[in-house]
Design a binder for this molecule. Structure first.
Ligand SMILES: [Mn+2]
Length: 470
C-alpha cells in the first residue's frame, strides 16, 4: 500500500469511532503530534483522551485503559508491535503512527496493526507530527491550520538538520503553512539557533554547525566581531536577536562570517539553513516565534514530566500554560548547562571511535542526552559521545544516550543502528532513535561490554562506508 492508502485506511477506522485514546511520546514531536490528532478528532466530534509516556514498555502499557476506545499510538509503536500484541491490544482497533524503524513480530503474528509509518515509504525526513498532519488532512482539508504544529514536531526531531531544510512531504506541510498564513519561510538564512530569543553573540558563538575562528565557543569574541561590523547592543546593553536585524545587517554579518571562515580555510557548506517563523506569535512570547525554539519549549515540558502543558500551548494557551512552561524552560536550560559543565569539567573517556562518561544519578535521566549534545561541541566533535546514567524508573538499569554531529553521520555513522546492533548482542537491552541521536536501556552490569561493542560497531560503520580508509 502507498503512504496515502495507509493514511486512508487509518482515517476510515477513525471516522467510525466515537471514542479514541491517544498514547503519545513526551518529546516535541509526540506533543505536537498529539495536539494535531486531538484537535482534528475533536473537530469530527470524536471524544479524545490522552496518555503521554516516555517510552513503550510493559509498565507504561499498564496505564492504557482496557476499554473499547480506539487506540492511537503516535511517535512510537512500530518497533514494539510484539509487546502491544502481548499486552492484548486488538490489532484491528489499534493505529500506529510512527517514523521509527518498524519491527513486526518474526512469527508474522502481531504485524497486523493498522500502521502508518512514513519511513516504510522512503520518507526518512518526516516525523510523527507529519504523519499525524496528513492523517488530519485526510479527515478534513480544513485542518491545514495544523501545519504549524506539524512543522514544530518535524523540527523538534531534527528532520531538517541533515539537508539544512525540510524536504519531501515535510516540505508540502511547510507550503500549507505558508499558504495558510501562520508560517513564514526564511530561506537560506544563517544557520544559528535561537533567532528569536538568544542575544546575537551567544547565538553565533554556539552554533553547532559553524566553526568560526575567534567567534565560535567564545561569546566575547563574537561580540567584538559583531561590533566591528557595526552591530552593537541596544539600549540597556541588551544585544539584539537575529530576528531583530534588518536585511542589510544580516547580509553584513553573513558576509563577515564567510570571509572569516574562508580566510582560515574553514568549510562553509553548513553556513546557511532554512528558518521557519511564526509571525502571528507575540514578540513578548518570543520562544514561540520560530519552529526550533517552540520545539525546545515543548521538549522542556515533556522532559520535566509536564507534557500536557506543552499540549495546552499547542492548543493556543498563551497565558497560564505558557507562563508555567517559560519557567520550566529556564529551569531546563540551567539544568542542561549543569550537565554540560559537569561533562566538560569531569572529562570523558576516549575510545578509538567514541567518547563516554557515566553521570550516575546526578541529573534527571531525561536531560542528560541534551547536555551531552551540548558538551560535544566543546569536546572532540569528530567522535560521537555516549553518556550513561541511572534509569530513574528502574535503578538496576542504565540509560544510554548518544549524540553526534551531521558531518559524522555523513561519513557513515548511524547511532540508531549501532545501539540496535549492540542490543541484539545482549539480553535485556532495548534501544532506538535516529542516526544522529539515539538511546538505549541496558542492565547495569553490562555497561562495560556494551560500550566496547558500540565502539567496535561504529568502527565497522566507518569501514563499510569508506572501505579503503587506512
Ligand atoms: Mn518522533
Amino acid at each position: 500500500m502507498s503512504f496515502e492508502e495507509d493514511i486512508r485506511a487509518a482515517s476510515d477506522v477513525i471516522r467510525d469511532s466515537e471514542e479514541v485514546t491517544i498514547i503519545s511520546h513526551i518529546d516535541a514531536d509526540g506533543i505536537s503530534s498529539e495536539a494535531i490528532l486531538a484537535l482534528a478528532l475533536s473537530r469530527e466530534g470524536i471524544r479524545v483522551t490522552t496518555r503521554f509516556v516516555r517510552q513503550i514498555d510493559p509498565l507504561t502499557l499498564d496505564q492504557i485503559p482496557s476499554d473499547s476506545s480506539l487506540k492511537i499510538f503516535s511517535d512510537f509503536g512500530s518497533g514494539q508491535q510484539e509487546m502491544l500484541k502481548e499486552k492484548g491490544l486488538d490489532p484491528g482497533r489499534t493505529i500506529i503512527l510512527d517514523h521509527h524503524v518498524s519491527q513486526p513480530a518474526e512469527s508474522g503474528d502481531g504485524g497486523d496493526f493498522i500502521e502508518v509509518n512514513c519511513l516504510k515509504h522512503g520518507f526518512e525526513k518526516m516525523s510523527a507530527a507529519g504523519v499525524s498532519y496528513f492523517l488530519a488532512l485526510d479527515l478534513d482539508s480544513v485542518n491545514t491550520d495544523l501545519a504549524k504544529l506539524a512543522l514544530i514536531g518535524n523540527i523538534g526531531d531534527m528532520m531538517d538538520r541533515e539537508h539544512l531544510r525540510l524536504i519531501g512531504p515535510a516540505r508540502d506541510i511547510l507550503r500549507d503553512g505558508i499558504r495558510e498564513g501562520s508560517v513564514e519561510l526564511w530561506e537560506h538564512d544563517l544557520n544559528i539557533y535561537g533567532i528569536s530569543t538568544r542575544p546575537l553573540p551567544q547565538s553565533v558563538a554556539y552554533s553547532d554547525d559553524l566553526d568560526i575562528p575567534g567567534v565560535s565557543r567564545d561569546p566575547d569574541g563574537a561580540a567584538r566581531f559583531l561590533e566591528r561590523i557595526g552591530i552593537s547592543p541596544l539600549s540597556g546593553n541588551r544585544w539584539p536577536v537575529w530576528e531583530d536585524l534588518s536585511f542589510d545587517q544580516k547580509q553584513a554579518v553573513s558576509s563577515a562570517i564567510i570571509e572569516q571562515m574562508v580566510a582560515h580555510g574553514k568549510d562553509t557548506a553548513r553556513l546557511f539553513s532554512d528558518h521557519y517563523l511564526f509571525p502571528g506569535e507575540d514578540r513578548h512570547q518570543a520562544s514561540l516565534r520560530n519552529a526550533s525554539e517552540f520545539a525546545t519549549l515543548l521538549n522542556s515540558c515533556g522532559r520535566w514530566q509536564r507534557p500536557e502543558l506543552g499540549g495546552a500551548i499547542c492548543r493556543g494557551d498563551r497565558v497560564v500554560a505558557y507562563r508555567e512552561a517559560e519557567q520550566m524552560l529556564r529551569n531546563h536550560r540551567s539544568k542542561i548547562r549543569e550537565v554540560m559543565l559537569y561533562i566538560t569539567d569531569t572529562g570523558v573517556t576516549e575510545l578509538s571511535h567514541l567518547l563516554y562518561i557515566h553521570v550516575g544519578g546526578r541529573f534527571p535521566d531525561t536531560i542528560v542526552g541534551i547536555g551531552a549534545g551540548m558538551a560535544l561541541s566543546r569536546l572532540n566533535p569528530e567522535k560521537p559521545i555516549l553518556i550513561m546514567c541511572e534509569d530513574s524508573l528502574d535503578p538496576s538499569m542504565t540509560k544510554i544516550s548518544m549524540r553526534t554531529r551531521p558531518e559524522v553521520v555523513s561519513r557513515g555513522v548511524d547511532l540508531q543502528q549501532a545501539l540496535a546492533r549492540a542490543c541484539e548482542l545482549h539480553e535485556g537491552c532495548s534501544g532506538g532513535g535516529h542516526r544522529i541521536a539515539a538511546g538505549a536501556f541496558i542492565p547495569h552490569e553490562l555497561e562495560h561490554a556494551f560500550i566496547e561493542d558500540v565502539n567496535r560497531i561504529i568502527a565497522q560503520q566507518y569501514a563499510e562506508t569508506c572501505p579503503y580508509h587506512s
